[in-house]
Design a protein. Sequence first.
Lengths: 117, 112
Amino acid sequence: GAVVSQHPSWVICKSGTSVKIECRSLDFQATTMFWYRQFPKQSLMLMATSNEGSKATYEQGVEKDKFLINHASLTLSTLTVTSAHPEDSSFYICSARDLLLSNQPQHFGDGTRLSIL
Amino acid sequence: QKEVEQNSGPLSVPEGAIASLNCTYSDRGSQSFFWYRQYSGKSPELIMSIYSNGDKEDGRFTAQLNKASQYVSLLIRDSQPSDSATYLCAVTSGGSNYKLTFGKGTLLTVNP
């Protein structure tokens, strides 16, 4: 089945640090990848839609200058949390769709747990 | 505001029983419906997808969709302790066949 790899799994860093998270589709091409954030005991909230070769589309309330998204190839999207602060601590999850299969579900990465001290 | 509503639970059932999870959605244009299972600290795992009215069965899982009532459900037969998790209902937004809106999830506990 389709596999999405997300790296790193855990990040612990000091306030003010920028953190990059990678999302890769391993056995399929993905023109579209999605970045979600999940706070404890809450559901997944879509942050942005990452489009290969073009600018990401951000959801209302998500700061595009703080959460930088790059989708330079059909298999890789990155999310950079710039100048991270304790309130950015959360579980970040990416997902991807297979370019060739319409109407099919998104496949999720294993998530990145970000802790800002 | 497109919404997906689920009973947050927790839902507790004995081992071997049927667990019934429900979900309603507000966007009549939604076309695709998914159930994901999420264990604590893990990312969601796809359990079922359903696209047309009626029932869809896969092993112990049955998804039911009623677009007229804007209702989708998941039945888990012969529940096992390993089924204990949060179940997330996800619906595609009308006008987009891939952007998902998630419900808040229902926490299911299956007691041995």
